[in-house]
Design a protein around this ligand. Sequence first.
Ligand code: GRA
Length: 383
Amino acid sequence: MDFELSEELVAVRDLAREFAEKEIAPTAAKDDRERNFRKDLLLKMGELGFFGTVIPEEYGGNGLGFLALALITEEVARAHSALRVAINMQIGPALALLKFGDEEQKKKWIPPLVRGESVGCFAITEPDAGSDVAAIRTTAMRKGDNYLINGTKLWISNAPVADGGLVYAYTDKSQKHRGLSAFYANFDRLGITRRALETLGAHASPIGELTFENFALSAENLLGKEGDGFKVCMWQLNQTRLNCAAGAVGLARAAREAAVNYCNQREQFGQKIGQYQMNQDLIAQMIVHEEAARLLVHRAAWLADQNRLNNLEVSIAKYTAAEAAAYAADAALRILGAYGYSTEFPVERYYRDAKSYQIVEGSSNIQKIIIAQDALGYRKANR
Ligand code: GRA
């Protein structure tokens, strides 16, 4: 067993850290406040190869792997958590296309996603289908050579700005989850309306509703076969879930760093507040949760790089990392007191952004269900 990162991975991490500190962090507060979607940063990240680590060279990637992606995402999220969402919106569709698409689909749609030119998204969730993916109501009705998509997707990251993305819809509702199909489509055609929505955090990551009314797609938009949608969705979620966990580690780290700095500066009752054991308790717990989460993320990413199943390990990592981020943001706020509560300092942003990790990409409760049911022998996680 070797816990040392290779020279190549250290270089990738350092490049991402430098980029995040120079290009993302300085405007993070402003981008959050003004709800700026930074297409310019997306393009720069694309140019640096951030979205291409899990994509082979023939489709515009660099093949550096999942661990490289996790390292990059941690650095990006440390600077601004909302921007790590943008990474998932590019790699989610690109990976699903890579795994389930035919040659033509891969050649056509993966490279623009990897370059950050085509803004991606994945449209799974609906008003009545969040954790329960099979409860989706959107349909894809066959009409001649076409599919007509009808339905509403809710809480879709990038909905207001996406150029295209994955759309999950039922081609045969009577087959239950086996009747779900996955499509990739550009949104530059009639039949789609968008509505932006407001959320507690991640303000620089636009989110909203997508309504499809007779949105016409053809067989060239179908990923795999009709009925493969649930499988595509679960597979895709396993990849983006892992990277979401990497982002949570970055946010936990940002909150911990802010808390440690403050403890070493602030004096009350004649000494630095780091001298107080109640603050030391918070710092120690932040470190323990963050380090555990990082190691679990790296293990799950390493498994992916070995082409091994890792759904269970991803769920363990995602749960631990989401809770670590929420813990760290809460602890940092307690330590910084009024400065933490103030919108003039970043900790309140960490606090708002941290909550998202317990909800998105499979809530903390869903991860616990996957982990416990695997242990109890009810449902194998790695399949
Ligand atoms: O035997 P079968 O042919 O019927 O297949 C079953 C099973 O083998 C079928 O699906 C298959 N399957 C899988 N196949 C491959 C299930 N899981 C997998 C897998 N991982 N890989 C049905 O299986 P089931 O166990 O009966 O399914 P279920 O009970 O309906 O669902 C399971 C579960 C709860 C885990 C699933 O629905 C789930 O993961 N729900 C959470 C949904 C979720 O994560 N949503 C995220 C929305 S997108 C988002 O949050 C964007 C945020 C962006 C960002 O910030 O990054």
